[in-house]
Ligand binder design. Structure first.
Ligand SMILES: [Zn+2]
Length: 291
């Protein structure tokens, strides 16, 4: 009897895991495989398996991280980010458990924020660092939905730098986090600590200096109305490619669509500085002290 009972329980458990595994194999671009619904109807909380991007011991929660006050903050930010970028709120879940040092924006249309990364961000950069990571991940959703970045490189860099710029824009914008530069730069310097120098890796996100300059460019654009995803994309790459990376004006420079004359002149006055950030001539310490 005992044996039978054990057998029955084992069978039930393996069935549960089998069905979970069938639902996964999600990655950043595979829309069809992801079956996790984050609308609160169906999750994997009951069987404790999210997908292969997370430790098998991690469980998905769509309602709680750390405590109710921080949970409210993070969902509030999630809504504010969507509002600024004129999209529906992106479904957000939390991977709860040890070893969850990641935040992933899925091609299927949702974001999962790992508890370990969340705690690290909160303890080292504060709430603004959490908000910045969230805005960066929502930017990837905007990219998926709009077929941007318009720039193709051999690595992930173009999309990552653009997501940093979206993040900087959100952090600085009056209808976003509305942070002054001191707070904003500290948020970014926290995130830059997660950057990489593997310039030939497919997953290369840009050097820390390039990421700082992309974030700063987004923050400098903060007084402009959000021009929409494609205009933001073309403005970002026009400024970034033609000037920030090049270090000098390449070709005729036309004010990007959706960017006001006032903002454009402001950005142009900061180009030398942006270039020096991107090369590392303006150090991390000096970066914090910019105006
Ligand atoms: Zn990213």
């Amino acid at each position: 009897m005992n044996n039978l009972k054990t057998l029955a329980i084992t069978a039930a458990i393996s069935l549960l895991f089998a069905s979970c595994e069938k639902n996964e194999s999600t990655n950043l671009t595979d829309d069809s495989a992801a079956k996790i619904s984050l609308s609160g109807v169906q999750t994997h909380e009951d069987c404790g398996f999210i997908d292969n991007n997370w430790p098998s011991s991690a469980v998905l929660s769509t309602t709680n991280i750390v405590n109710s006050s921080e949970t409210n903050f993070i969902f509030g930010q999630n809504a504010d980010i969507a509002s600024l970028f004129q999209i529906n709120t992106v479904p957000l879940g939390f991977a709860i458990g040890s070893g969850t040092f990641n935040a992933i924006s899925y091609g299927a249309g949702y974001i999962i924020f790992g508890e370990t990364l969340y705690n690290y961000a909160l303890n080292n950069g504060g709430r603004i660092a959490v908000a910045y990571v969230q805005a960066h991940e929502v930017a990837h959703q905007i990219q998926f939905r709009n077929g941007i970045p318009s720039r193709n490189e051999n690595t992930a860099r173009a999309g990552e730098l653009e997501a940093d710029a979206f993040g900087g824009f959100y952090i600085g914008h009056a209808n976003g986090y509305a942070a002054d530069w001191t707070a904003a730069s500290n948020a970014y310097n926290f995130a830059a600590g997660l950057g990489d120098n593997n310039v030939n890796s497919p997953n290369h996100h840009g050097t820390a200096a390039q990421r700082r300059s992309a974030f700063r460019l987004g923050w400098l654009l903060r007084n402009n109305q959000y021009p929409g995803a494609r205009s933001f994309d073309s403005a970002f790459f026009r400024y970034y490619d033609q000037y920030v990376l090049a270090g000098a004006l390449r070709g005729e420079f036309i004010r990007p669509e959706g960017i006001s004359q006032e903002t454009h002149e402001y950005i142009m006055s900061k180009m030398e500085e942006l270039h020096k950030i991107s090369t590392g001539e303006i150090s991390e310490e000096e970066f914090v002290n910019l105006q």
